[in-house]
Design a protein around this ligand. Structure first.
Ligand code: HPA
Ligand code: ZN
Length: 347
């Protein structure tokens, strides 16, 4: 890391930050997968934790999703969703996360016969406890699976509205190409009417046109990934002008071959262009790193300075759905952290 005194991994870890792009199902570490498989008597296609890790080699988004959805089969009881979420929060807290806006994929579970109530109650209980015990605040974002029809998303939303107060927003994930945001316009209209804050994955594998649709048709407040936005100069200009956040996930992008290597990632160009980019972990159990690991790896590969990392942490709070007062409090903490004399730059 350029201009960095002391231990760069400690700096990335201790930096106060928000995580805004995190699929709770993507935090299922192999050891918990084995434990839940045993507890629920679900057969696994893997002989050992080592065997699982070896299977995590992906050629694109779909090759990952196939394995990710298969892993979800061990999640059956409310307690499983609680244990999953609780384990994430403990790891996130150790990585400097002060606030997390977390995705969950209810259709992945309800389509297997798991009640919606078990999913959301287990996650919600762990989030409430994380606020008390770890001082990590959080919000929950319900994602619709875009490879399924819009009426399935609409039924999921209807069911979710019984838990309206436990939800912060709605998102859109799964196989992007061939499933444009326009397919989900009616369900987003209804979600916004209910006061849910809209975000969507767009421009991960899909073209910049999908980012335009997410903005214009779904009226999203953030774009998840959005790395392909830089291919369209007019789109990049709009994102800068309106300061629409992009929740970028560098390690995910390399694992799913959106970029051939971290050195080729466009995160630094995004910051230079004035985009409100943030760094996040996406599915850390599958992509090999949590949020501070992503910051550290991106910093090393792209020669990001200490100031760049502080800007990314600042962006994470600015891009969050926290109140203005809460944002100010976190930004003050961040300034206090950045001003510590032991963290003076070497240059
Ligand atoms: N993209 C789309 N769908 C997903 C992802 C992702 O990165 N992670 C989990 N579901
Ligand atoms: Zn994602």
């Amino acid at each position: 890391m350029r201009g960095m005194a002391g231990d760069p991994s400690k700096f990335a870890r201790d930096l106060p930050k928000a995580e805004l792009h995190l699929h709770i199902e993507g935090t299922l570490e192999p050891d918990l997968m084995f434990e839940l498989a045993r507890r629920n008597a679900v057969p696994l296609p893997y002989a050992s934790v080592e065997d699982v890790r070896q299977a995590y080699v992906f050629s694109d988004l779909q090759s990952f999703l196939d394995i990710y959805y298969a892993g979800c089969r061990v999640l059956l009881q409310e307690q499983d969703f609680y244990d999953l979420t609780s384990a994430y929060l403990q790891r996130a807290s150790k990585q400097g996360v002060r606030h997390a806006e977390i995705f969950f994929d209810p259709q992945t579970h309800t389509d297997r016969g798991v009640p919606f109530e078990s999913v959301i109650t287990g996650i919600h209980r762990a989030l409430a406890e994380g606020r008390e015990r770890l001082n990590v605040s959080s919000g929950l974002i319900l994602c619709f699976l875009r490879h399924l029809p819009e009426d399935a998303a609409m039924r999921t939303l209807s069911e979710a509205l019984a838990y309206r107060d436990w939800l912060l927003g709605v998102g859109l994930d799964s196989s992007e190409v061939g499933h444009p945001p326009s397919k989900f316009q009616a369900v987003y209209d209804r979600a916004r009417e209910a006061g849910l804050l809209p975000v969507a994955h767009a421009g991960e594998e899909g073209p910049p046109g999908y980012v335009w649709e997410a903005l214009d048709l779904l009226q999203v407040r953030r774009i998840d990934h959005g790395v392909r936005s830089l291919e369209d100069e007019r789109l990049a200009g709009r994102l800068v002008e309106e300061q629409i956040p992009l929740t970028v996930c560098p390690m995910s992008n390399v694992k799913l071959r959106v970029f051939p290597a971290l050195r080729q990632h466009n995160l630094k160009r995004m910051l230079e262009r004035g985009l409100l980019a943030t760094v996040n972990s996406d599915d850390p159990a599958y992509f090999g790193g949590y949020v501070a690991d992503n910051l550290e790896a991106a910093a090393a590969a792209l020669e990001l300075s200490r100031e760049d990392l502080i800007l990314l942490a600042r962006n994470s709070f600015m891009a969050s759905f926290l109140s203005e007062g809460e944002k100010r409090r976190h930004l003050n903490d961040l300034s206090g952290f950045a001003d510590q004399p032991s963290l003076k730059t070497t240059s």
